[in-house]
Design a protein around this ligand. Sequence first.
Ligand SMILES: [Fe+2]
Ligand SMILES: [Fe+2]
Length: 319
Amino acid sequence: MKTLKMYEASDKMVTLMRDNYHLLQTLESFGIHLGFGDKTVKEMCEENNVDTYTFLAVVNYTINGHSDFNDDAQLDVRTLLHYLEASHTYFLDYQLPTIRKKLGDCLDSDNALGQLIMKFFDDYAREIQRHMRYEEKTLFPYVEALLNGEAKKNYNVDTFSKHHESTDRVLIELKLMVIKYLPSDGKTNNKLMAALYDIYNNEEWLRNHANVEDYIFTPAIRRLENQLKQDKVTRNISTMVNKSGNDNNDMLSDREREVIVSLVQGMSNKEIADHLCISVNTVITHRRNIARKLQIHSPAGLTVYAIVNGLVDISSVKL
Ligand SMILES: [Fe+2]
Ligand SMILES: [Fe+2]
């Protein structure tokens, strides 16, 4: 794939915009406004609380159709989320109504074909709206939850991917309909060309938006999901370790510890009873409780436990 240029953090923002005017709207969706003087990409991003790595990943992808960012872990999902939300607002609140108005201006409302094309456009707009609303109501809150360390059951980012083909198809049909069938009286030709030009731009914009979602946003979320799963496993293991550690240490009484020390020094039940001034039956009860609490039943196992937990010194152990 041909690469025009991969921009870097040290490039001047004005150079990036001069060479790629169609990025103006992308910039707005990142919340970066014009008037950057000679500031670099990094300086402008930092000034506007935008993650530079993520900004460059999107921008280079938009320019080249691919990006050489190779570390999903460095992508800032919050930056992507804000960018996508702002892009939706731009598209639904500005782009679609503008194209509709331009189309309406050059269509004769009495003409049946013109009405049909408007109806087609409205169906298309509704479909796009439905798609974006779905992302805003289902996908984005899901990602917010992931960022807060919560995973939802029965949903993952793969449920969402592959939603973009049908919207593409409708737009291509609309474009062909206008080109092939729209009657023109010559007076509205310029307006019609402008509307058509907007539709082409719209198509390109939408495809790039979908690509950013599929090839940048989705892998970043997948990584977040995996990380959360891994954290959960690590948490479970450490809980189990702590729990078993607590059980071993905290639950033993002082008397039980004394019984263990006597046992590992090779004393019999009778000797322990005499040594601790308790009955043999009590020694047996203590031994049963020790075995239950520690889940250790052999004298050798108890010896290891006593040494590891500092109950006895290895030199005092009868091996
Ligand atoms: Fe979207
Ligand atoms: Fe989408």
